[in-house]
Each structure stands twice: as C-alpha cells, then as structure tokens.
Design a protein around this ligand. Structure first.
Ligand code: ZN
Ligand code: ZN
Length: 134
C-alpha cells in the first residue's frame, strides 16, 4: 500500500510502500514519553521502501532495551516524531509513526507490544465521556 506522510509544519515529507499487516501499537514507556501520550502506533518499513521527499529530520539516538542503538527522527521546527530507524548491523528498518500518514484512518493496528507497561485506563475508553470537538 502506498502512503504519504508529513510532519505538522510540512517541512518533512516522505512516502513509503507499506504492508498494513505491520501496523503495531507500542505500549513501552519510551513510546509513552516520546509521544507525550498513552501509546504509539507505528508501521515497520524496510529501508528500500521508504523515501524522504523533503526536509532534514533531526535524530535523537537512544539505546533500546535489546541493547541496539536506534535513531529517533523528528522535525526540528514543529517537533513531530516521524520515524525511528534501526542502526548498526543488519538491514535498516524504518518505524514510521502512523499518525504522520495521510492514510492513518485506513491502518488499524494488528498487534500490541510491550503490554506489560500499557496504561490500565486504556481499556475504559468507551466509558469516558465523548465530545465531537474541543
Ligand atoms: Zn515540522
Ligand atoms: Zn515503544
């Protein structure tokens, strides 16, 4: 499936060919902190299927719990997190943040990882008062 993405200010733009079966929710505490929210939704894309069209993301390097380094790319102007990237040996994969994709509504997640740190109130979302706009 062809997707296009951009950061909030539009200076970073990219496109990718993705497999919708690789859309995953991550409940790890790093994703909670980086997103400023309860979880993060990403899709794993091999390097050759990802193309940066405009902009120059800034990269923050973190060491994953596996011990592997990971570059987390974001827009230096608007702060949007656009993707994470494997580093070091082996093929490079991009972990594209689904919320940056124009097609995000068509990409329901197929799995959830790091559920041991998932916020318990997520299961109650249907019971929380819903307001159509602000
Ligand atoms: Zn931006
Ligand atoms: Zn995570």
């Amino acid at each position: 499936m062809h997707v296009d993405g951009s950061c909030h200010c539009g200076s970073i733009r990219f496109e990718a060919e993705i497999d919708p079966k690789r859309v995953v929710i991550c409940h790890c505490t790093d994703c909670q902190t980086f997103s400023g929210s309860a979880f993060r939704t990403s899709v794993l894309v091999p390097e050759e299927q990802f193309r940066l069209l405009a902009g120059a993301p800034v990269t923050y390097d973190k060491v994953a719990e596996s011990g592997k380094p990971r570059g987390l790319a974001f827009c230096s102007n608007c702060g949007t997190h656009v993707y994470g990237m494997t580093q070091g040996d082996g093929p490079t994969f991009y972990s594209v943040r689904v919320g940056t994709l124009a097609q995000r509504a068509e990409l329901p997640p197929v799995a959830q990882v790091w559920c041991r740190s998932a916020l318990t109130w997520l299961g109650d979302l249907d019971d929380i008062r819903k307001i159509p706009t602000q």
